[in-house]
Design a protein around this ligand. Structure first.
Ligand SMILES: [Zn+2]
Length: 154
């Protein structure tokens, strides 16, 4: 990715070389906004989503001062120099995750609705499925009111 826009064609998309990106360590992800089925890079959509990151404990690249990165999200509290010093390589860091369990989580599950597979998980004997995916599979319109934490299917 570092070569893109430098020694390879394209636009510069990163300021850091391996393994200095939090992506290398499994601590970051990027999103793309789909508008009518097509990816849009219109920043107004990313500006609407980004501020929600803090509410779920994530750091948003759009709030950075030097390299503003609106599609980027990462877990806060990690320093890449500390990670390199402690683990050397991302693979060793990721090995340290083994054995970490979410209490009550029994693993992934499958929910099939009219032949369409939806991802789901089992938590304390109950099956949880992403309601947006289920609503879309059922052909329902879904809306969410963040102020009241209300999902409405119609
Ligand atoms: Zn990123």
């Amino acid at each position: 990715m570092y070569a893109q826009g430098r020694t390879k064609p394209g636009k510069i998309v990163t300021e850091v070389k391996y393994p200095r990106s939090m992506h290398c360590w499994g601590l970051a992800f990027d999103i793309a906004v789909l508008l009518n089925g097509l990816v849009t890079w219109d920043t107004k959509f990313y500006d609407q989503i980004g501020p929600l990151a803090a509410a779920i404990g994530l750091e948003w690249g759009g709030s950075w001062k030097s390299f503003v990165d609106k599609p980027h999200y990462q877990l806060p509290g990690y320093d890449v120099d500390d990670l390199i010093k402690k683990y050397g390589a991302p693979e060793k860091f990721m090995k340290s995750w083994e054995g970490i369990n979410v209490p009550g989580f029994e693993g992934p599950a499958k929910v099939i609705f009219k032949g369409k597979e939806l991802s789901a998980g089992l938590l304390e004997g109950r099956t949880y499925v992403e309601i947006r995916a289920l609503a879309e599979a059922m052909g329902l319109k879904i809306s969410y009111d963040n102020a009241t934490k209300t999902v409405t299917l119609s």
